[in-house]
Write a protein that binds this ligand. Structure first.
Ligand code: SAM
Ligand code: DTB
Ligand code: SF4
Length: 321
């Protein structure tokens, strides 16, 4: 079933939250955050690109699309032992969740999907939470992932429905919602967010947050990426987002989805300590750890340890299963 849309929030409600005076927005977000979470804790996930580049889709932000000449070289699906080495290293570095990404339009049944299912089983048996992002899924594929023990499936709506069509032409917003419905129906936790700084308007960011907040069950995890402009992609020259607009996006997400993990995702390398501190203050409580996202650089453990130390914050432990 496609994801059910509720009317929990009207667009005007979300606009009123997003546009209120900054001190009022920040205070409301801080209150919502403290009512649901320990504000000193940050959940840390690590990413691994298990199948890089050569993707047939035309997502204009993505360095892995085969349509653009970017620095990314296509590689086949990684062998299982290599993935397990990376998972063990991530665990030793303090990550509690291991996220594996594939540059696929979607999943095809066959030996490659079987190998991904094996990766999920094996990483899970190391005692880490597992997450995969493999593109579009059919119903039975979501159930197979669940049966392998998958904890989270990442599938982003990326932006508002109307802006989406300007950013990606090879699939629709509605197809993304359908996949999210299969993930939810299979009983897998939903990780769904988007990208800001792609040239979208404030109204697009508001409509994007409104979509997420009206999922029948809001996503357990909401990654907010800031576009990492990569040479060769159509969005390489996009002007970056005003930092206060970014903080407003994070704060509004926290207020609308008080029990979700809100993740500061791509783009942290370009953010100051002060900007990240402001985001944590208004409710971001998760990051990607490690020196690489999928194909682009991330701050790395030493820098993040220093960041958390400076703020008196600490990594979140894995919940007992
Ligand atoms: N191919 C699958 C899909 O599109 O769902 C999974 C991998 S895809 C790289 C996962 C997500 O990474 C995208 O939905 C997008 O939100 C994010 N992403 C890709 N390129 C990005 C960039 N240059 N800056 C920020 N986020 C990016
Ligand atoms: C998400 O929302 N952000 C991550 C994860 N989900 C898969 C990916 C960010 C990718 C940034 C560009 C790159 O490194 O290729
Ligand atoms: Fe392919 Fe995903 Fe990149 Fe789009 S975002 S080009 S589907 S890897």
């Amino acid at each position: 079933m496609a994801l059910q849309r509720t009317e929990r929030y009207q667009l005007a409600d979300v606009r009123a939250i997003y546009e209120q005076p900054f001190p009022d927005l920040a205070f409301a977000a801080i209150q919502a955050h403290r009512a649901a979470f320990d504000p000193l804790e940050v959940q840390c996930s690590t990413l691994l690109s298990i199948k890089t580049g050569g993707c047939p889709e035309d997502c204009t932000y993505c360095p892995q699309s085969a349509r653009y000449h970017t620095p990314v070289r296509a590689e086949p699906l990684m062998p299982l032992p290599q993935v397990l080495d990376a998972a063990r290293a991530a665990k030793a570095g303090g990550a509690t969740r291991f996220c594996m990404g594939a540059a696929w339009r979607g999943v095809k049944d066959g030996p490659e999907f079987d190998r991904v299912l094996e990766m999920v089983r094996e990483v899970s048996s190391l005692g880490m939470e597992t997450c995969v992002t493999l593109g579009l899924l059919q119903e039975h594929q979501a159930r197979r992932l669940r049966d392998a023990g998958l904890d989270y499936y990442n599938h982003n709506l990326d932006t508002s429905e109307s802006y989406y069509a300007q950013v990606v032409s090879t699939r629709t917003f509605e197809q993304r919602r359908e996949t999210l419905g299969h993930v939810r129906d299979a009983g897998i936790h939903v990780c769904c967010g988007g990208i800001v700084g792609m040239g979208e308007s404030k109204n697009d960011r508001i409509a994007f947050l409104w979509e997420l907040a009206n999922f029948e069950t809001p996503p357990e995890s909401v990654p907010i990426n800031v576009l990492v402009p990569v040479e060769g992609t159509p969005l390489a020259d996009r002007q970056t987002i005003d930092p206060l607009e970014f903080v407003r996006t994070v704060a509004t997400a926290r207020i609308l989805m008080p029990h979700s993990m809100v993740r500061l995702s791509a783009g942290r390398r370009e953010m100051s300590t002060e900007l990240q501190a402001l985001c944590f203050l208004v409710g971001a409580n998760s990051i990607f750890a490690g020196d690489k996202l999928l194909t682009t650089p991330n701050p790395g453990d030493a820098q993040d340890e220093e960041l958390l130390r400076a703020l008196g914050m600490r990594p979140m432990a894995l919940p007992l299963r």
